[in-house]
Design a protein around this ligand. Structure first.
Ligand SMILES: N[C@@H](CCC(=O)N[C@@H](CS)C(=O)NCC(=O)O)C(=O)O
Length: 250
């Protein structure tokens, strides 16, 4: 069985999809499209939704990381992405849902935030190869309107990103607690491991954010589940935004 994965450069849900396919031992090829432009292209290719990962596998078109995890378990049950114990499965599914609905948006909004758009050239490092035939540095240099459109469609306003920064320490505490409870970070990797670790791992590519994760169980999880992540974004957040990441000690 082989899979064709459509993505956008640097996308952490696409990273999660690639890691889940690797976990299943399914060979996958990846083709990246520009953000926003991917939407009509995916529609034209017969995918029902606008987002990546968009995966062609076994004659099916699958979108969203959560659907993909379930389709993969159906197509190739071993090794599983969900535990067979029903109580543990419920906890893994809840962690996976939180990872998708809450944590996943944080690096996405940060990437399109106004301070990070000033570091636009750094994003060339996230490319896995040419994009529509253009070398990464050229593609990024032309991508100003796509970054602006990405900010709009992802609602990456300054207020939203400041809210994310203020919430991030609590989210990292939640990840550490899930690891402590054995819901994620176990020997047998599950769908929530891939969902959560891919978001943490891209956050660690941002010089401004990495110190908040370093030294935590969350860092170990991210490095173990997603050992490599191309790309590195230099500091760019204003000091008063960064202060939100460091709650004042009681
Ligand atoms: N939560 C979904 C959606 C993922 C998602 O929103 N992906 C972003 C890239 S990180 C996307 O497709 N954006 C479309 C665009 O930028 O136009 C999943 O886990 O698959």
């Amino acid at each position: 069985m082989k899979a064709k994965v459509y993505g956008i450069p640097g996308s952490h849900p696409v990273k999660a999809a690639m890691l889940m396919l690797e976990h299943k031992g399914i060979e996958a090829t990846r083709t990246d499209l520009p953000n926003v432009v991917c939407r009509p292209v995916l529609r034209a290719m017969g995918f029902p939704g606008p987002t990546v990962p968009a995966v062609k596998i076994d004659g099916r078109r699958v979108q969203t990381t959560r659907s993909l995890a379930r389709v993969l378990d159906e197509l190739r049950p071993d090794p599983p992405l969900f535990p067979s114990d029903p109580a543990l499965r419920t906890k893994v599914e809840e962690a996976e849902r939180w990872g998708d609905e809450v944590l996943q948006g944080v690096p996405r909004r940060l990437s399109f935030s106004s301070p990070m758009r000033r570091n636009k050239s750094d994003f060339a490092e996230f490319f896995e190869g040419p994009l529509l035939g253009l070398p990464p540095s050229v593609a990024v240099a032309c991508a100003g309107p796509l970054f602006a459109a990405g900010a709009r469609v992802n609602k990456a306003t300054d207020d939203a990103v400041r809210g994310d920064l203020a919430a991030l320490p609590g989210m990292l505490d939640h990840v550490d607690a899930l690891i402590g409870e054995g819901v994620i970070g176990g020997v047998q990797r599950n769908a929530a491991d891939f969902q959560i670790a891919s978001s943490l791992r891209i956050l660690m590519c941002f010089d401004d954010i990495r110190p908040a994760i370093e030294g935590r169980p969350a860092e170990r999880l991210a490095r173990e589940v997603a050992p490599s992540y191309p790309g590195h974004v230099r500091p760019g957040l204003p000091a008063d935004w960064l202060a939100l990441l460091r709650p004042v000690a009681a």
